[in-house]
Design a protein around this ligand. Structure first.
Ligand code: NAP
Ligand code: ZN
Length: 346
């Protein structure tokens, strides 16, 4: 467990009638990939191929496919299958299918009988139902992170109906956090960033936030007491939640999308402010399409740092060290273009 990522051969399932084969061009690195590979959530199934922010070109389609034609661009996010008939699936919540969502990697694959393998890969086969249309003209490298970091922060902003002028806090300025800031600013909310990294404070204004607070200094939180309508926390490791809850206004909600455990809840402080602590899980397929279209329409794009496949392990270390500004994206495209333009290399 925790072994480095190395190149290997894998077998994809044959393209079924409703499947498409995508030639992967870009794959984002999510902290969930790091959690999985490094054993934070237990021992993964091996081989483990992470990656659930995938953008690529459709190179083959099954005979019954209607959503894509060969040559178009498609995206794949965090899930690749669900029952399609339960109450959640029927209401665009496939990510919390009552019979079990099939996630893009490290998940039992009901179709092949094996384990799903993700997007750090030359190609993926996916049902068209779980593939997202990418509008022509969209920048492809920076589209990849929208498929997880974007949807995971867009969904709670929509569900809790964030309105212009509301005060929104974002905890942790990483992949999810910087998308939360951009999406909330686009809603004309007034955004406060809570960071543990002094070096990121200067980025607050560039990202459109009103302020950034170093929340390692509990005194710095005091002027914000009882002021925020909603907080989205993206912290990946266990953290003290009460100092953040104290900044919520009456009936405010802290949505914990980061998968670190919130600790130290003060029942009395919660009761006296009728405050709420909530969770949220990515978003459904229709909502994922909506966030892609929304970002394209409003010119919202993640800040990406491009890497080559041989730099993945170093990138993982930098993610853990909070040293990503603000999403690593693995570039498979340049290599493919280079090969394609060199006839001798075929
Ligand atoms: P990321 O890029 O590493 O960003 C997380 C940020 O949290 C860091 O940049 C850092 O920001 C802050 N942070 C890190 N360690 C911390 C600590 N020990 N205490 C306080 N703050 C800390 O990670 P990400 O890709 O955005 O993912 C964040 C979390 O969301 C992960 O746990 C991931 O598994 C989870 N996730 C959940 C969903 C969902 O559907 N619910 C979907 C995707 C990912 P500062 O430097 O600003 O402090
Ligand atoms: Zn993710």
């Amino acid at each position: 467990m925790g072994a480095p990522i190395v190149p290997m051969q894998i077998q994809r399932r044959a393209v079924g009638p409703h499947d498409i084969l995508i030639d992967v061009l870009y794959a984002g690195i999510c902290h969930s990939d790091v959690h999985t590979v490094r054993g934070d959530w237990g021992v993964p199934a091996y081989p483990c191929v992470p990656g659930h922010e995938i953008v690529g070109r459709v190179v083959s389609v099954g005979e019954k496919v209607t959503k894509f034609t060969v040559g178009e661009i498609a995206g794949v996010g965090c899930m690749v299958d669900s029952c399609g008939t339960c109450e959640n699936c029927l209401n665009d919540r496939e990510q919390i299918c009552l019979r079990g969502t099939t996630f893009t990697y490290n998940s039992p694959d009901k179709v092949s009988g094996g384990t799903t393998l993700g997007g750090y890969s030359e190609g993926v086969v996916v049902s068209e139902r779980f593939a997202i249309r990418i509008p022509p003209g969209m920048d492809l490298a920076s589209t990849a992170p929208i498929l997880c970091a974007g949807i995971t922060t867009f969904s709670p902003l929509r569900h809790w109906q964030v309105k212009p002028g509301q005060s929104i806090g974002v905890v942790g300025l990483g992949g999810l956090g910087h998308m939360a800031v951009k999406l909330a600013v686009a809603q004309r909310a007034e955004v406060t960033i809570f960071t543990t990294s002094p070096g990121k404070v200067a980025d607050a204004k560039r990202l459109g936030a009103k302020r950034a607070v170093l929340w390692t200094d509990r005194e710095a939180l005091k002027p914000l007491a009882n002021s925020l309508d909603m907080i989205i926390s993206t912290v990946p490791y266990p953290f003290e939640v009460q100092p953040l809850l104290d900044t919520l206004a009456l009936e405010g909600t802290l949505v914990n999308v980061g998968l670190g455990e919130p600790r130290g809840l003060n029942t009395f402080a919660m009761a006296f402010g009728r405050k709420r602590l909530a969770g949220s899980m990515i978003g459904g397929i229709a909502e994922t399409q909506a966030v892609i279209d929304h970002c394209f329409a409003h010119g919202i794009a993640p800040d990406v740092e491009m890497i080559t496949p041989d730099q993945i392990n170093t990138a993982f270390d930098r993610v853990v060290d909070k040293d990503v500004r603000y999403r690593f994206v693995i570039d498979f495209a340049s290599r493919k273009h280079a090969v394609a333009s060199t006839p001798d290399a075929r």
